[in-house]
Design a protein around this ligand. Structure first.
Ligand SMILES: *Cc1c(COP(=O)(O)O)cnc(C)c1O
Length: 454
């Protein structure tokens, strides 16, 4: 045992080892120390009876890599779910990134008034475009829509009452609950109606001197069917106006022109009602960067800007630039620059052609049984929960492994799929043609590995 302990190499010697020549010394040193101390423990407890320098060095290197390498990897989304929150939600098109790169890598007038040589406001780069696009009086942008809800409630609801339907006290993925956010903001939540039915008089009867907001929240990730009704925002808006209150609609996602869907609230249509305030996510159906976009009456947006909480929810230049480029794409109707729209609008014919191409690429791989089937994709991201988007999937099975193991193996290689009736389903909707080679290689290598293992 003492021999083994004495045989452990010195830290200084390992630090100079050529195997680690490209490593950052300070980080490497910690990895060496931790590995050596673990080895010492193992020797003392009798678990380690031999010592190989090569293995020890490999262990140190593995630890170094695990602590210094990136853990975020590109994935192939074969689930057909366009707004997959776990997989990063909305994608930004390379053309958008190309437009903003020179601005990100150079100084710019983010908060600078060039004409007067004075400090200016970062939001102006976005508000004029939002005004053009949505005909709103004014707008502001924060980190995400959760922040938008918090900022609105904190500004106008704190120590006052906000009235909301019991059917709209929703929880969104990632533990965002409307009642909790209201509590954090210090707004008293006044629930009206029932889970399935709320009427305009429910709101009207609940108005008191302490009421400041009539709030509507979109039931993003679920759908009520049967004996149910809720109040149209137009009616809620009218009631708010009559009582000099703020009508605020948290749309969650909402959708813009360019998308042919009707189950979600249209941002443009709602904006035409001249609401006090509307908010929605930048990276759901809008198809931009993560952001919370608030539009509405100028005097209310001005109040939001005065709230010190805004400083904590402030968007950075990356968000502003990516959002600005996305807004310009909408204004010029360049919807091809918004992948969320392209993927959701893809026709069955286009999807079939794409599926056929991938099918043909994979067909020659042994041990695979493939077919093309009609499947349904989903929008995801808490949008359109019940709306199927007709698509095509490549269904596969292999004689070498069970479907569950197949799914897991693909996942570990970066292909995220679904299982449909004991088949792997590669829904073609969110798979890019430039990834076909990669997918081919992954399937080929998997079949090779599993046939060798048999
Ligand atoms: C998604 C959603 C939110 C939260 O938006 P994030 O941009 O994810 O913060 C809030 N309210 C509703 C109704 C939503 O659907």
């Amino acid at each position: 045992m003492t021999e083994l302990l004495q045989g452990l190499p010195k830290v200084d010697l390992l630090l100079k080892d050529s195997m680690f020549s490209h490593c950052t010394p300070s980080i490497l040193k910690v990895c060496i120390q931790n590995t050596l101390s673990q080895k010492r423990q193992e020797i003392l407890s009798g678990k380690q009876s031999t010592l190989h320098l090569k293995e020890l060095k490999e262990e140190i290197y593995a630890l170094y890599l695990s602590q210094t390498q990136s853990t975020i990897k590109p994935l192939i989304n074969a689930t057909g779910i366009v707004l997959q929150t776990n997989l990063g939600r909305s994608l930004l098109h390379p053309k958008i990134l190309e437009e903003i790169t020179p601005l990100l890598s150079n100084y710019n007038n983010l908060e600078y008034d060039i004409a007067n040589g004075e400090r200016s406001e970062r939001y102006i780069h976005i508000t004029h475009l939002l005004k053009t696009l949505l005909h709103c009086e004014d707008a502001i942008v924060v980190n995400n829509n959760a922040s938008a809800v918090l900022l609105v409630l904190d500004t106008f609801g704190k120590n006052y009452e906000a009235i909301i339907s019991r059917g709209e006290l929703v929880e969104i993925g990632g533990a965002f609950r409307i009642p909790e956010v209201m509590k954090i903001s210090g707004t008293d939540l006044i629930e009206v109606g029932t889970t399935n039915k709320t009427h305009i008089w429910d709101y009207a009867n609940a108005i008191t001197e302490r009421t400041t907001i009539l709030m509507k929240v979109h039931q993003s990730n679920f759908k009520q069917i049967g004996f149910c009704s809720s109040v149209d925002f137009a009616d809620l808006s009218k009631l708010a106006q009559e009582h000099n209150l703020i009508d605020y609609y948290d749309l969650g996602s909402g959708y813009m022109q360019g998308l042919q869907i009707h189950e979600e609230p249209s941002i443009l249509e709602l904006s035409k009602l001249s609401p006090s305030l509307l908010s929605f996510s930048g990276d759901k159906l809008f198809g931009g960067p993560q952001a919370g976009i608030i539009i509405g009456k100028a005097h209310l947006i001005a109040k939001l800007k005065q709230n010190h909480l805004l400083r904590a929810l402030r968007v950075d230049k990356f968000t502003i630039l990516a959002l600005e480029a996305t807004l310009r794409a909408y204004i010029h109707q360049e919807y091809d620059k918004i992948p969320t729209i392209t993927m959701l609008n893809a026709t069955l014919e286009e999807l079939h052609t794409k599926a056929q191409k991938l099918h043909n690429r994979l067909q020659s791989i042994p041990y695979l049984k493939l077919s093309i089937e009609r499947v349904d994709s989903l929008a995801g991201g808490g949008s359109l929960p019940q709306t199927p988007f007709p698509s095509y999937g490549i269904l596969c099975q292999s004689s070498l492994l069970k479907t569950l193991a197949f799914e897991q193996a693909l996942r570990k290689k970066g292909v995220i799929s679904r299982i449909i009736q004991d088949h792997i389903c590669l829904d073609i909707r969110c798979i890019f043609e430039q990834d076909f080679d990669k997918i081919h290689l992954i399937f080929q290598n998997l079949m090779k590995d599993f046939s060798n293992a048999q």
